[in-house]
Design a protein. Structure first.
Length: 319
């Protein structure tokens, strides 16, 4: 499914220029992948716009920090996860083409998505109406279902890891990286990997994750898309659930909003073992219902507007 410009409007993904020259720019990794301009940067890696010189194809290059280069345990897991991610085929997932190691930097070669992140869209536009939220969730859930059926769990679903293309495609990125970093020797065993506000209870308490943990994170993300804030807040991961925002009544103002509210209410039960009542397929079905309701509501609104315009025209001619 594509997000229409009517829903999202145009936006640009701007990258702040680095104050220090980047030594990787212009380098050709593995004798094939030319590194061009940086797209985004985080604590573990930097994503660059690149070029596959063999196929003359634009790509995205996710280059891991050099501190991982000497960690054989990480490199083994990184290669394994990259191979698994490369086997996933879904319009809702960023495609992984290749992986490599240039001696200092492990890297992934991925599909280049021209656009920005869901986080950037939220910052620019604020909360979304229910029909727009349903349009975001549908391709995400399709992608997650493909990954989960293949035995892969994302572990870090959040707006930063959801890309929106200029043509309205919605794609999840970074499958497998959290697990690879978790197994790195340089990662402390006391560190909780992932983003606190989106973690499921079992990820915080035991570090375990399965497909239902991703579903829980989707519920957090859906809440944030509707309201502009995450439902739980706290300074530390194990404090996040202590501060819960109320379920908002306005979700029931439309049928699609009521359906999304039901999804979120079911998913965000935060006692361990009790938030697993809905599968990918359950939520996909409910989101589809929300989309159908949104289409019905839109048709009703358009019909009402046409009726009002017709009545106004009649009144004008009578005068």
């Amino acid at each position: 499914m594509l997000l229409t410009q009517e829903i999202l409007g145009p936006y640009d993904c701007q990258v702040q220029p680095s104050r220090q020259p980047d030594p990787l720019i212009g380098v050709v990794l593995d004798g094939r992948y030319q590194v061009d301009a940086p797209i985004a940067s985080g604590g573990m890696s930097t994503v660059y716009r690149g070029l596959d010189t063999r196929l003359d194809r634009p790509v995205a290059l996710k280059v891991m920090d050099s501190r991982y280069s000497g960690d054989q345990q990480f490199l083994t897991r990184f290669q394994r996860e990259a191979r698994a991610a490369a086997g996933l085929k879904s319009p809702g997932l960023v495609a992984v083409y290749d992986q490599g190691f240039d001696g200092r930097h492990p890297f992934l070669v991925m599909e280049l998505v021209e656009g920005g992140t869901l986080r950037e869209l939220l910052r620019e536009r604020g909360p979304m109406p229910p029909h727009a939220v349903a349009a975001v969730l549908a391709p995400m859930l399709d992608g997650l279902a493909v990954a989960h059926h293949a035995g892969l769990v994302h572990r870090d679903i959040k707006p930063e890891n959801v890309l929106i293309s200029d043509t309205g495609e919605v794609k999840i990125t970074d499958f497998g990286l959290v697990r690879a970093v978790a197994e790195a020797k340089i990662t402390s065993t006391s560190v909780i990997l992932g983003t606190a506000a989106y973690l499921s209870p079992e990820q915080v308490s035991t570090g375990d994750a399965d497909p239902r943990s991703d579903v829980y994170s989707v519920g957090i993300l859906a809440y944030e898309l509707l309201t502009g804030a995450t439902p739980f807040t706290g300074q530390l991961p194990n404090q996040v659930w202590l501060y819960r925002r109320p379920i908002l009544d306005y979700w029931a103002e439309s049928e699609e909003g009521e359906t999304l509210g039901q999804i979120i209410t079911h998913v965000l039960v935060h006692e361990i073992g009790h938030h697993f009542g809905l599968s990918d397929d359950d939520i996909k079905r409910m989101v589809k219902e929300a989309e159908e309701h949104a289409g019905e509501d839109k048709s009703k609104r358009e019909l009402a507007e046409a009726k009002n315009q017709g009545e106004a025209l009649v009144h004008a001619t009578e005068k």
